[in-house]
Ligand binder design. Sequence first.
Ligand code: ADP
Ligand code: ADP
Length: 202
Amino acid sequence: MLFGPPGAGKGTQAARIVDLTSKPQISTGDMLRAALLEGSELGKEAKSYMEAGELVPDDIIIGLISQRLKVDDAKNGVLFDGFPRTIAQAEELAKIAKVDSVISIEVPDDSIVQRIVGRRMDPETGEIYHVDFKPAPESIIDRLVQRKDDNEFTVRNRLKAYHEQTSPLAIWYENQGLLIKVDGEQSIKDVGDEIISKLSAR
Ligand code: ADP
Ligand code: ADP
């Protein structure tokens, strides 16, 4: 499981771990955005929360995850990215799956705003870029998109939700001996190297 504030680098590091382990990445944020694009009932319900930078209610998220874990590719383990985000979600998860490791990517609030506001995505490949920290190749710059919720106002709410509702989970998992802390303020490569070396040392 990849844990950390919005913009910590969970999605970025997930790509490397997926390449290494061949386990599917399950990102509730990506699943919710897909539902929003489809215009499904679930997407309609989640929309206002996401645009305000608030957490989507637990029952919606838990429904989404229990369906996803029934898909064949989840049989041999998965990599969660951005889930769970509340103690209630973690308690429900504990009933249906065993958590091996929780990688906590630690980044202070000051750096988060800069990361979120400069984040760009390539809609064709899903690759995550940053205007300063991970510039995209010139040839694809025109097709990059910015998430609607990646603005300074929403990010403050997302950080608030993180500190109030999500960060208590770090202690919850630490008490279970599952938490692996990683310094998220290094280069993308060094963060990944630290994750991999700490995971292999377990
Ligand atoms: P999360 O999935 O935790 O919300 P992302 O992986 O999308 O975070 O990263 C947020 C933004 O910060 C992206 O623009 C990404 O390119 C950039 N980023 C990720 N890791 C680092 C890092 N170690 N140093 C600088 N920028 C980073
Ligand atoms: P980031 O890592 O940048 O915060 P995500 O893509 O993980 O972004 O999430 C985007 C939004 O989707 C969140 O602000 C929240 O509204 C909703 N969301 C995603 N995952 C969850 C979750 N596990 N519980 C509640 N809301 C969620």
